[in-house]
Design a binder for this molecule. Structure first.
Ligand SMILES: [Zn+2]
Length: 366
């Protein structure tokens, strides 16, 4: 039996505000005197100008490298070599989840601090002590579990509010499952993302995550459509970037993410966002739990507010192939997956039926 060690793990600092690129010297200086930026192409010039000016004034060195587009071992090795050649001593990742995962992995191999600057709010990549590594062809390779969370995570509201709406919505989908998965994991006394027992703090962070989504999602969606950072948008960013990540890490995952993992077996869903699949996984989890109608209604209200797909039709699936979805259920119930954190043991047949029912419930509300 596993020793009941409980954990709360988190980045050392989470900063939320505007114009943070121009203030980045304030955060870099605590960790080194030469920053190595791994940057998405679209923001590379802006980083050179804004962060570069701030660092030059603070007499902190800066080197810049464009992210190659996929978080592969080859890309990590290439960035690591550039980092070593540059003479820098602190790493800054600026971009989407894959860029951030690459920066975290490079910092791990170099044993140096890392600052994380997400430009979209669609996943838990910024705050977690995990990098997802892919093969050259884009398929999943392996998880790289890191001994530390990032040192600093900087959420710039001006940059995040200007990102495409779909990424904002996907972040809401991923964050929406956090509370329900942490609740399941806590009740079942399962294991969290760092393979320890969930803490009450983890469940509390997940509860706050859900509360912020319930109270702010509609106003925040308006803010994104208007590309205007508002307090409601800040609350959602705090939920999707910070609470969703640390809530899952300390509180644990359950059926919603297990179903998401299973859905990777459906080729037509390869372009679906992680948070979109997690949203459908959450509906499946609520069916498995026999959740009350009010709980479905509230979850679906939030999903509809940001246009997340409620049914398989809304994912653009034209045909339902039973064998494919039986396979999804098998993968979701695989040994070691977070389905084991459900209060009642779930079989592939039960998960298959729950997905069919979730699809029907989603259609009713659509
Ligand atoms: Zn997730």
């Amino acid at each position: 039996m596993q020793k009941p060690t409980r954990t709360v793990t988190s980045p050392k600092k989470f900063i939320i505000g505007s114009d943070l690129l121009s203030e980045i010297d304030e955060y870099v200086r605590a960790y080194g005197d030469h920053a190595f930026f791994i940057c998405d192409e679209f923001i590379l010039e802006r980083t050179r100008e804004q962060a570069g000016a701030a660092l030059a004034q603070a007499k902190v060195g800066a080197s810049y490298e464009r992210f190659g587009g996929e978080c592969t071992q080859t890309e990590i090795d290439r960035q690591l070599a550039r980092f070593k050649a540059s003479g820098a001593n602190v790493i800054v990742g600026i971009g989407g989840g894959k860029t951030l995962d690459t920066a975290k992995a490079v910092a791990f191999y170099a044993a140096r601090p890392v600052l994380i600057f997400p430009t979209i709010a669609s996943t838990d990549a910024p705050c977690t002590a995990l990098a997802v590594i892919y093969k050259e062809g884009g398929e999943f390779d392996r998880y790289l579990w890191l001994p530390q969370n990032p040192d600093v995570v900087l959420a710039d509201t001006g940059i995040l509010v200007a990102a495409p709406f779909r990424f904002f919505a996907a972040g809401v989908g991923d964050a929406l499952a956090t509370y329900f998965e942490a609740r399941a994991c806590y009740l079942s006394d399962g294991v969290n993302l760092v393979n320890k027992k969930p803490s009450r703090t983890g469940l509390g962070l997940a509860e706050l995550c859900y509360q912020l989504l319930r109270e702010n999602v509609a106003m925040a969606a308006d803010a994104v459509r208007a590309k205007a950072a508002t307090p409601a948008f800040e609350h959602i960013i705090e939920a999707t970037i910070y609470l969703s990540g640390v809530g899952a890490e300390a509180g644990g995952l359950a059926a919603a993410h297990a179903v998401n993992n299973g859905m990777s077996a459906i080729p037509q869903l390869h372009n679906a966002q992680h948070g979109e699949k997690v949203g459908f996984g959450l509906l499946t989890q609520l069916v498995l739990e026999g959740a009350p109608e009010e709980e479905f209604a509230e979850v679906i209200r939030i999903m509809k507010t940001v246009g997340l797909p409620l049914s398989l039709d809304e994912f653009g699936l034209t045909a339902f192939i039973e064998a494919d979805w039986r396979r999804v259920a098998e993968i979701a119930c695989a040994e070691g997956d977070s389905m084991a954190n459900m209060l009642r043991r779930c079989t592939p047949d039960q998960v298959y039926d729950a997905m069919r029912a979730a699809d029907a419930i989603g259609k009713r509300y659509a």
